[in-house]
Design a protein around this ligand. Structure first.
Ligand code: COA
Length: 671
């Protein structure tokens, strides 16, 4: 099967998941990497190597601490925590790594030390054991120069805190075997990480942004204080550069990494001398700000923004990484509120030019755009597009929100479909979700608060959200949903408009809206009854009680066409289904339908949550009226309006607020 590689799970890996991993270095990041691996792969054997037994002991102590906290927070069961802590060993003797299939070096950023470590490692592990370094700046070509078998080695650059931060840069350098780079991407994606493949240049992709952002902040200290600069920066990031430098004890690192960039690429990268003389910055915590006079604010803002734009265009011009990875990586790894390319998109061309021209004047040598600015913005930010046997596989990629749908993502999916639906070489489409956890966790709840209390605005929002679904209804080419994980609310509503559904054995579906005090307004109150009338009882329970539908039951009910055991099989099955539907697919029944009467029940969800009787009444009325509607589109309109009604209830206010505040809603008090 011929595949492209944007979604790492579309590849057939040449190796299985790792069984025995060694982490060299029990300092700060090494144990965090180990903990991430053990929590994702509890059966894994993990060996931590360090020259200091004390460091090993405290690393093992940190493991136990993390696992205990995860249990207290309900993120892990006692049983899972026990498994995470088993098969973890520390040693000061390299012989303990002999049978490892992957060794991750996470020692100090020192080239000769790293080379000595690799010599020790290579003397012990098999010649095909994967060796990776967690350097944040040193190119693979330099680090691995003395390795005998270079094809199994590369850089995997994690971001702090590595057990939780999803981003990992995987460096694609000429000596690395492509299957090793692909395997790493596959392992990371399978274990909840976000692999970002980048070129082998000093500081790779994201640290070129981060280091120069921090360096620029330090160079601005002749105009403003650290607290003022962090305050201005807070428009763009959750924590300002000086606050982060304090937290990470990062001053020496910036001196080192920017010296590397300056030596290789020019004096404009030379680190601010102040990094050598200051240990801690006097600054403000995230969320706090000091007042900054307008003129000074403008000057700082321009420079910070300028450096982001300059570095971003340079990264793209040199094809160090992809635009989507750059934007997503800056948010996931570095805490930017929106990616630098999204910032550029929000600015007028004139404003962007002004900022860049100012940077060119004040910081001669800094990279400038080599193409029209609009050229840098031609990419899909929230979906990946791959080609499998001519079928376009669209992967929803918003790992920060379990691939929840928002306007931009909806538009991107539609744009991809429109681009290819009249192309005779494209037989159809597959829609799937990034990673293994979620196909799509629904409509983006973050967008709901603004429409609460406004019936017409909420109904219009529903109509607008449906633009993709209505397009699917009318399509001649087949679109198949490949459910790689949970499909909730709007995510399931998207899947039920696809012309075929295939699912992982482990995937599940749910319509949790009434537990948010709202209704599933973009089809769930209408489509199931017209498409799978025999499953009406199941959908009643899903809508009224938020009952989960597991993949096996969905197969029995005919909601799903096929179940698979691995992500790769899932895509193969979905592609085969697209090809199988080439001659045509069934349309959703257009006329009125009969739905079973709603039996009386307590206003309570399957998990025991007391629900709002008002919300349930709106739901039942909408389902019954929609069933009687003469056409599908009239039935859908009833759903949009019912969503509008639900958005005006106290229950909706309470449910949406509770989700934002991460608490259980109290619908009894809300009514
Ligand atoms: N819209 C926006 N963000 C969403 C989302 C949605 N539909 N579903 C999940 N997210 C976000 C969470 O807010 C969280 O963000 P944070 O890390 O910034 O807090 C992130 O995705 C991860 O979710 P989290 O809740 O931490 O994962 P979990 O494994 O503990 O729980 C769910 C997973 C799906 C049970 C839970 O996220 C949930 O109930 N989501 C809402 C699902 C829903 O009601 N969908 C229908 C909407 S109409």
């Amino acid at each position: 099967m011929q595949v492209s590689i944007n979604n790492p799970l579309l590849r057939t890996p040449l190796r299985p998941l790792p069984r025995h991993v060694a982490v060299i270095g029990a300092g700060s990041i090494g144990p965090d990497i180990g903990y991430y691996l053990k929590s994702a792969l509890p059966d894994l054997k993990l060996t931590i190597i360090d020259i200091s037994q004390n460091a090993i002991d405290s690393a093992l102590g940190r493991f136990a601490d993390y696992a205990r906290k995860a249990v207290v927070k309900g993120k892990m069961s006692e049983q899972q925590a026990t498994a995470v802590l088993q098969q973890v060993h520390g040693s000061t003797d390299y012989d303990a790594i002999k049978n490892c299939d992957w060794v991750i070096e996470a020692a100090t950023e020192n080239l000769s030390l790293k080379r000595r470590i690799f010599a020790e490692v290579e003397a012990r592990v098999a010649k095909d054991a994967v060796i990776t370094s967690n350097t944040s700046s040193l190119p693979a070509e330099r680090i691995f120069a003395e390795l005998r078998y270079k094809n199994r080695a590369t850089v995997t650059h994690f971001f702090a805190p590595a057990w939780r931060n999803p981003a990992v840069e995987v460096i694609d350098w000429p000596a690395a075997a492509p299957e090793v780079v692909a395997w790493l991407g596959w392992v990371f994606c399978n274990t909840g990480k976000l692999p970002l493949v980048t070129k082998d240049v000093p500081c790779f992709m994201l640290d070129r942004i981060f280091d120069n952002w921090c360096n620029e902040a330090a160079l601005l200290l002749d105009q403003a204080s650290a607290a003022e600069i962090d305050s201005v920066a807070s428009e763009f990031v959750h924590a300002g550069p000086f606050f982060v430098l304090n937290l990470a004890r990062g001053n020496p690192i910036i001196t080192e990494t920017n010296t590397l960039q300056a030596d290789e690429e020019g004096e404009h990268y030379r680190p601010a001398p102040v990094f050598r003389s200051v240990e801690q910055w006097l600054t403000v915590a995230p969320g706090k700000r000091v007042e900054v006079p307008a003129a000074r604010l403008g000057a700082i803002r321009d420079r910070l923004l300028g450096i982001l734009l300059s570095q971003s265009v340079d990264i793209l011009d040199r094809t160090i990484g992809t635009p989507a990875d750059l934007d997503l990586g800056c948010c996931s790894a570095l805490g930017f509120r929106v990616g630098p390319l999204s910032l550029l998109r929000q600015m007028s061309g004139e404003e962007a030019r002004r900022v860049l021209d100012r940077l060119a004047r004040e910081r001669p040598g800094m990279p400038m755009p080599r193409r029209a600015l609009a050229d840098y913005l031609r990419f899909e930010r929230h979906v990946l597009v791959d080609d499998v046997e001519g079928v376009k596989v669209i992967t929803l990629r918003r790992p920060e929100a379990l691939n929840a749908l928002h306007d931009e993502m909806t538009d991107e999916i539609l744009a991809v479909i429109r681009r290819y639906e009249n192309d005779p070489t494209v037989p159809g489409f597959v829609i799937t979700g990034y990673g293994t956890k979620a196909f799509c966790a629904g409509a983006d709840i973050g967008r709901f608060p603004s429409m609460l209390g406004d019936r017409e605005a909420a109904a219009q929002y529903s109509r607008d959200c449906s633009r993709l679904l209505v397009h699917l209804d009318a399509m001649h080419k087949p679109v198949v949903a490949a459910l790689n994980g949970m499909a909730l609310g709007g995510g399931f509503e998207l899947a039920m408009r696809c012309h075929g559904l295939v699912a992982m054995q482990t995937s599940w579906m749910q319509l949790p809206e009434v537990s948010l005090g709202i209704l599933p307004g973009i089809g769930a109150m209408v489509v199931p009854y017209r498409r799978w009338p025999k499953a009406a009882g199941t959908f009643h329970a899903m809508l009224r009680r938020c009952e989960k539908l597991n993949a096996r039951k969905a197969l029995e009910l005919g909601v799903v066409d096929q179940l698979t055991n691995s992500p790769m099989e899932l895509i193969q099955a979905a592609v085969a289904r697209v090809l199988g539907l080439a001659k045509g697919h069934e349309r959703i029944h257009d006329g009125p339908v009969t739905v079973p009467a709603f039996e009386r029940m307590a206003a309570e969800a399957a998990n025991g949550l007391a629900l709002s009787p008002t919300t349930l009444r709106l739901l039942e009325t909408a389902v019954q009226q929609a069933a009687l509607a003469p056409t599908l589109s009239e039935a859908l309109e009833i759903g949009y309006l019912a969503f509008g009604d639900s958005a005006c209830t106290g229950a909706a206010r309470e449910g949406i607020a509770a989700f934002g505040e991460r608490r259980t809603p109290d619908f009894v008090a809300a009514g």
